[in-house]
Design a protein around this ligand. Structure first.
Ligand SMILES: [Mn+2]
Length: 424
């Protein structure tokens, strides 16, 4: 379904007075208001195609209704999100779940919805039907060169699909690892991975980036071959200037200082992409900002600091994507909540008085430094984010509009009750 502009206008008219009061009150104290509003309007967060349906856990999956059954419907879902929040103007596809049979037609549909194609993702963590060799014992790190070649060829195929749609990056996440001591020779596994990635890198177009994602554990529980940012950075440095580390918020050991990792990767100009989600225990893939909003703010504080230092454009300098799973909530509402939380953290980080913070740091004024950060974090910026959205023609309150207009019921009427989206 396509969201009617009149529905958005009607919703906005109802909430406009209250919004204007809140916005006027908030903006009176902000010195660089126009700059912040402009930045918020430009900032887009890609939606992964596999997050549009209900996710599962290893114990089960409780499918929702009206889920997108094909790539066209997935694009329409992202189009809906973008029409509501004007910040979801990109989709990240997963091959082989989203193979475009007619790339031109898919590009045209995406264009009509204002959606660009973000990084394409390869999949060598599952076996596909009719595949010659199994990935049970890994893919790019495998001891058998025939398995490695199959995985390399798959990544080249993914690049080619991405080229046909206008993507500019390939994200490689590997499930390769081991669950028992002695199972794997760490050094050889790493060297095999490097050699395989070098072949993939060789096929990367000149204007593309290769994102090397890391993950501490799971599906393997003793070692992961690209287990942390050091191993990813080592690979990215050896591969060359088009290779970068990708940070997924859920892929660290408990209590890791992710903002420090972000700061140092930016210092090295090797941070390429970012996957948002939130967690309490491990890779929980929960709604961004739902558990640790202060951490999300601190990460954005470092992102802005590092990106500004290198003159990077906040909106286009890194690949921004949500990577979450929706087991309990309506996936589209969950995604709206994630995008909102990300934009709130970004807006708060834009409020930080960087000059004063620098001065506090230089004089070891810990109290002042904390006050400066928490002043920004404790500012209720929701009216600022809503104003940016309103100026672009989006909804003042996307979640409220989604629920009041019973958008899911409309999708069920279109697609049926018994639907299962392709993906995880
Ligand atoms: Mn990820």
């Amino acid at each position: 379904m396509i969201l009617n502009k009149q529905v958005v206008d009607q919703h906005n008219n109802q909430l406009l007075d209250k919004h204007k009061r809140n916005f006027t009150h908030l903006s009176s104290d902000i010195t660089h208001l126009d700059y912040i509003l402009e930045k918020l309007q430009q900032f887009q967060i890609a939606i992964p195609s596999w997050a549009l349906g209900t996710g599962g856990t290893r114990f089960g999956r409780f499918s929702g209704a009206g889920e997108p059954g094909n790539l066209e419907q997935k694009l329409e879902d992202v189009g809906l999100l973008h029409a509501l929040n004007k910040s979801s103007g990109a989709i990240s596809l997963h091959i082989p779940w989203d193979i475009p049979t007619d790339a031109d037609k898919i590009k045209q549909l995406a264009g009509s919805l204002g959606i660009a194609f973000d990084a394409v993702n390869s999949n060598t963590f599952q076996d596909q039907p009719h595949q010659a060799y199994s990935y049970k014992h890994g893919s790019l790190h495998h001891v058998d060169p025939r398995v490695r070649k199959q995985a390399v060829d798959h990544n080249i195929e993914v690049i080619n699909y991405g080229k046909s749609l206008g993507s500019k990056a390939l994200t490689v996440w590997l499930a390769d690892g081991s669950s028992f001591p002695g199972q794997l020779n760490f050094r050889e596994a790493f060297q095999n991975t490097l050699a395989s990635l070098q072949e993939i890198y060789h096929h990367l177009p000149e204007d593309w980036k290769l994102f090397v994602e890391y993950k501490a554990f799971e599906p393997h529980f003793y070692s992961t071959t690209i287990g942390d940012w050091g191993q990813s950075l080592l690979l990215a440095n050896k591969l060359g200037p088009k290779a970068y580390t990708l940070v997924d918020l859920g892929h660290h050991l408990p209590n890791a200082n992710i903002e420090q990792i972000v700061s140092l990767l930016l210092m090295e100009k090797k941070l390429g992409g970012f996957h948002f989600n939130d967690s309490k225990y491990a890779d929980d893939d929960l709604t961004a900002g739902s558990i640790k909003p202060y951490q999300l703010f601190l990460i954005f504080n470092e992102l802005i600091d590092g990106m500004d230092l290198h003159g990077m454009d906040h909106a286009s300098g890194l690949g921004w994507m949500i990577d979450a799973s929706h087991n309990l909530k309506d996936p589209l509402i969950d995604l709206l909540q994630s995008v909102e939380a990300i934009k709130i953290a970004y807006a708060q980080a834009l409020l930080v008085d960087r000059e004063a913070l620098k001065k506090a740091q230089q004089s070891n004024d810990i109290v002042k430094a904390q006050e400066l950060l928490q002043d920004a974090f404790r500012t209720d910026v929701r009216a600022l984010v809503a104003e940016a959205r309103l100026r672009m023609g989006g909804a003042i309150d996307p979640v409220q509009l989604f629920q009041e207009n019973e958008i899911r019921s409309q999708l069920i009427a279109e697609r049926g009750v018994n639907t299962v989206a392709t993906g995880l």
